[in-house]
Design a protein around this ligand. Structure first.
Ligand code: FBP
Length: 554
């Protein structure tokens, strides 16, 4: 065991994650039950034509095999694993689940970790993960065992390199641990492998702290639980400070590229005075000026009651959901994709001038109305999947600046508005996994080893019934094409896994909406405190409000 481990780290390393009953007797003793053929969520014909080999595969469920007739033959399995995209607590436990799953098939099984994300697979940069290395990372946060990366595998040359690497290593399967974009990559790669007659299959595991990779079969993405619990602890600490000093407003931006699940869950855990939900802003077609007025109204009402302090939560993806700003961002992405070289190296002012000639007059007006700092941040390069790098946009500062201006313009505002800004993102992405994430991730990895053993190409590992206690968790696999639709990315139509946004008629949002007016006026703050690993089960093994409310478990 590494000397670098803290006292807690050493004790935590000994934790044995739990498995659903279907997986408890080893990966060989699993019976696979296949359901009916499936369809993608929309754009069926287009997606079918793009995935002729893997489209329509059935949903699969696993049970513990009753006897020899259901039990696969024991043979060593050779598996490669990739950590893709942003870090999420529990990634190491997914790898541990895969490792233990293939070891349960044969001690001669081998696990290779591709270094630095998908580029490690493309370039054949890998390490073999043995028992000693694996043991040093069990139940730890981070992706540092093999690191992660955001390279998008999209060209035929890249796919051919991957096949070459898979052949050289004689791999039976590649497991890509990632979010919606990375699992889309897994499906595309699996389809290509199949078309080329490669014997290696590709499957995925649902990761992202953002919580937006979910549907009927994927109840939550791993890492969400731990990340939000970590942020909620910090928010609770700030609330106590705000309520003690009673002189600052704290504006806290929370990570989550697009959907507001993190902000909503943090609100349910801590009861802030304000929490903006991007999906609601979009639904109500609120302009930036209306969002600012809404925030200023709450600040003003509290000030009238002598409360010149409070806590506001801002979702990272907010700007894209404000209709006029969203259109601007989409047009900017398209313009940048088509004129990349023409704006390279220009100053912000020169870039704005050039770009304004390629976008609509309305968007040009919105762009010109923003402070220069935000303009520059909006025009930064997109990531390899064509997304705006929203974590680099300082929305919390923009809101403070504009609310301050709005309050100054109100003759009847007699309060004080001293605001501090915070951004919680990286503070939670690599936290040591909660018991829930430790168990969930280990189970996802173990189930992925069953997918690999059964040559289930283009599937995502799926663990369900998550609010019912681990003894009732069910394991299986879902065809990735089933979750896809067509979206505009990088100036082109692409098949991608449909993002799950906050549903305004869903139970988590309804609960929030029913309480937020009281939370706005009062200090109903709750202080969740740090994640606990030992103690009463209701403290240590609890999941989160989102999944409990969504599944009718509270
Ligand atoms: P994934 O979708 O890859 O899981 O990443 C999510 C995320 O943590 C977002 O919340 C955030 O916007 C983004 O990554 C930041 O990524 P980076 O650190 O690479 O800029």
């Amino acid at each position: 065991m590494s000397d670098n481990l803290s006292v807690l780290g050493k004790a935590r390393a000994a934790y044995q994650p739990k498995l659903p009953s279907a997986l408890q007797n080893g990966a060989l003793k699993v019976a696979v039950h296949r359901g009916a053929a499936t369809e993608s969520v929309s754009d069926q014909e287009k997606i079918k034509s793009l995935f002729p080999g893997t489209y329509g595969a059935p949903v699969a469920s696993f049970t513990s095999a009753c006897g020899c007739s259901c039990t696969s033959e024991s043979k060593p399995l050779r598996v490669g694993v990739v950590l893709s995209g942003g870090q999420a607590p529990g990634g190491h436990n997914v790898i541990a689940g895969i490792f233990d799953g293939i070891q349960s098939m044969s001690p001669d099984s081998a696990l290779f970790g591709f270094l630095g994300g998908p580029s490690g697979l493309e370039n054949g940069k890998y390490i073999q993960i043995d028992a000693k290395l694996m043991d040093a990372y069990r139940n730890t946060g981070g992706f540092d065992i093999i690191q992660s990366g955001r390279t998008k595998l999209e060209t035929t040359a890249q796919f051919d390199s991957c096949i070459k690497v898979a052949n050289e290593l004689k791999l039976d399967a590649i497991i890509i641990i990632g979010g919606d974009d990375s699992n889309t990559n897994a499906a595309v790669l699996g389809e290509y492998f199949q078309a080329k007659g490669a014997s290696c299959i590709v499957c995925g595991c649902p990761k992202t702290i953002d919580g937006d990779l979910k549907n009927e079969y994927v109840e939550t993405s791993f890492g969400f639980d731990t990340a939000v619990k970590t942020y909620s602890e910090l928010i609770g600490n700030i609330m106590r400070d705000a309520n003690s000093a009673q002189k600052y407003w704290h504006f806290i931006k929370l990570m989550g590229r697009s959907a507001s699940h993190i902000g909503l869950e943090a609100a349910l855990q801590t009861h802030p005075n304000i929490c903006l939900i991007s999906e609601e802003v979009k639904d109500k077609q609120m302009k930036l000026s209306q969002v600012i007025k809404h925030v200023a109204d709450i600040v003003a009402e509290r000030a009238e009651n002598g409360k010149n302090f409070g806590v506001a939560l801002i979702p990272e993806g907010l700007l894209e959901f404000i209709p006029d700003v969203g259109v601007l961002i989409a047009e900017l992405s398209e313009a940048i994709a088509h004129h990349e070289t023409e704006v390279e190296g220009l100053s912000t002012a020169a870039k704005v001038e050039k770009i304004c000639s390629w976008i609509s007059a309305e968007s040009a007006a919105v762009l010109n109305s923003l402070p220069a700092g935000i303009q520059a941040q909006l025009m930064l390069d997109r990531d390899s999947h064509g997304n705006v790098q929203v974590s680099l946009i300082e929305t919390e500062k923009l809101i403070i600046e504009m609310v301050s201006k709005e309050l100054k313009s109100r003759a009847n505002f007699k309060g004080k508005f001293a605001a501090l800004n915070h951004f919680f993102g990286y503070e939670g992405r690599c936290a040591a996994p909660s018991n829930f994430d430790a168990d969930y991730c280990y189970s996802l990895g173990y189930a992925a080893s069953v997918l690999a053993n059964n040559k289930m190409n283009g599937y995502m590992s799926s663990i369900r019934n998550l609010t019912k206690g681990i003894e009732n968790w069910s394991a299986g696999g879902v065809p990735i094409t089933m979750m896809m639709n067509i979206e505009r990315r990088h100036g082109a139509d692409k098949p991608v896994i449909q993002k799950a946004l906050v549903e305004l008629d869903g139970a988590p949002f309804k609960y929030f909406a029913a309480h937020r007016d009281t939370w706005a006026k009062t200090e109903s703050y709750t202080y969740p405190g740090p994640i606990q690993y030992w103690g009463p089960s209701e403290v240590c093994d609890a999941t989160n409000f989102t999944i409990m409310l969504e599944r009718g478990a509270m």
